[in-house]
Design a binder for this molecule. Structure first.
Ligand SMILES: [Zn+2]
Length: 484
């Protein structure tokens, strides 16, 4: 008996020692690069940016609301503001308002690099809550205000300022560089789809694609004091499934035991009660490896032993926040629920839309299977509401392309930690999966607890200094076009 206890004690002691050993030897994989020389940015850049933001290039849910005069104005603005870009780069429009520029490299044996962004913006939902005008405020207190300052004229103007500046210095890249700016990323992305189709028809294989999707975060990840630049290496898929129930209706004075509303509501209830399985994605493993060693003791211990503590880590993510939960599983969000026209009529039809964001490893089809099984009621008809999209493939983190994005970030923001991550929303870059295996999603603005809600929300803004650093970052990406 004593011997058994002793063995048990030794086993437990050994296990704890093993876990602690791994925690204390969990060393940082952050790579340092010398800071780049801080180039001057012309004062005109901020005014160009403010002017770009003042043009309400809004993408509405209903295509009938599309205001082409604003997009015409934006086209004219680009042409007038970036003369060297338009003089020296190839330029093609797709669907009139999506732009593709081609900057010929000196070494045609190198596969091109593509810098992406989009200049459409989401509508203003609650203008009364804005403290400034979303399209007319301009610059105030070293801050540029307005819809699109973050999402994502920051990228369009940041990239064009960098290119115009480099052209004025007589610079030519070795690798051909494409600039692709979509005009309807917030709705269908058909502009980006057209560009991708064109590049494919030209047999273009890109060595690197950089689009929006992640940023530099501050105080958003518990246990880390430093700023963290996240590089999105994959993005979730998107599908909306419509649920419809048709049953006999009638007068509400003599209701049947079950109505279409009851059946539909119960179906949604069952679906919500059976969430998709939580999973550790490659992005999450990469994040734990890159950021874990810089975290507080508890997280560091967990991440250093992620193979043993996977269940614990997943349940912590699940309960920590909605964003944490979204990063580990396919999410279920009922977004539309409609039935009934009059308070004393039992409706014959009830309908609901449920939006799913699909984690890498699952598909639109596997989501449909899960929904069918969870609801388990043949009276509920299920349809895909739109074509949707499967999750993107996962781009590697041990590639020259990833290292180039990484290096360019460190050269401009020497103090940040950098790690890979999963993008839970969608970007235009998902349409480029046939063009490149190296698609990364990062735009160099800061997301903090203070400005988090302005993204697609109220008082969208970005600091002038932050925007100017953004130009420096895109410049650095271009200078690093050899991907070494
Ligand atoms: Zn965007």
């Amino acid at each position: 008996m004593k011997k058994t206890l002793l063995i048990l004690f030794l086993l437990i002691f050994g296990f704890i020692a093993f876990i602690l050993f791994r925690t204390f030897t969990f060393s940082s994989d952050q790579v340092d690069y010398p800071a780049a020389k801080r180039v001057a940015v012309s004062d005109s850049a901020r005014y160009h940016f403010a002017e770009a933001v003042s043009i309400p290039t809004i993408s509405y849910a209903d295509p009938a609301d599309f205001d082409s005069t604003q997009f015409d104005a934006f086209n004219a603005f680009l042409k007038q503001t970036y003369p060297l870009v338009h003089e020296r780069l190839g330029h093609q429009n797709f669907e009139e308002y999506t732009h593709l520029y081609r900057w010929e490299g000196s070494d045609s044996s190198l596969d091109p690099m593509i810098l992406m962004s989009h200049h459409d913006v989401v509508p203003i939902a609650s203008i009364r809550k804005w403290s400034v005008h979303p399209f007319r405020e301009g610059i105030k207190n070293d801050t540029i205000y307005g819809r699109g300052t973050i999402d994502d004229k920051f990228g369009v103007i940041g990239i064009l300022e960098a290119v115009e500046q480099l052209l004025s210095e007589g610079y030519q890249p070795e690798r051909t560089i494409y600039l692709s700016f979509g005009h309807n990323e917030e709705v269908l992305g058909s502009g980006a789809i057209a560009v991708a189709g064109h590049l494919k028809s030209q047999d273009v294989r890109a060595a690197l694609v950089l689009d929006e999707g992640q940023a530099i975060t501050k105080d958003l990840i518990p246990g880390v004091g430093s700023e963290i630049a996240l590089i999105g290496i994959a993005e979730k898929g998107y599908i909306t499934i419509e649920l419809q129930v048709d049953m006999a209706g009638g007068h509400s004075s003599t209701p049947a035991a079950e109505s279409s509303i009851d059946v539909l509501a119960a179906a949604i209830g069952r679906l919500k009660a059976q969430p998709f399985e939580a999973k550790m994605t490659p992005a999450m493993r990469g994040f734990m490896r890159s950021i874990g060693p810089s975290m507080g003791f508890k997280s560091r211990l967990a991440f250093a032993n992620a193979d043993i503590l996977e269940g614990l880590i997943l349940s912590t993510y699940e309960s920590a926040s909605a964003a944490g939960n979204a990063s580990i599983r396919t999410t279920i969000a009922p977004t539309i629920f409609e039935a009934g026209i009059k308070d004393n009529v039992v409706p014959t039809t009830a309908r609901a839309s449920v939006n799913f964001r699909i984690i890498p490893g699952e598909t639109k089809e596997s989501v449909m299977e899960h929904v069918k099984t969870a609801i388990n009621d043949e009276r509920v008809q299920l349809y895909y509401a739109s074509a949707g999209s499967n999750p993107s493939p996962v781009s590697p983190i041990d590639s020259d392309a990833y290292r180039t994005v990484y290096r360019s970030i460190k050269e401009i923001y020497p103090d940040v930690l950098i790690g890979p991550s999963l993008v839970v929303g969608g970007t235009d870059s998902r349409h480029f999966t046939g063009i490149s295996d190296h698609i990364y999603r990062f735009a160099p603005f800061h997301i903090t607890p203070h400005n988090y809600t302005c993204f697609h929300g109220i008082d969208e803004r970005v600091g002038v200094a932050e925007f100017e650093d953004g130009i420096r970052f895109y410049r650095q990406m271009i200078l690093n076009n050899r991907l070494q």
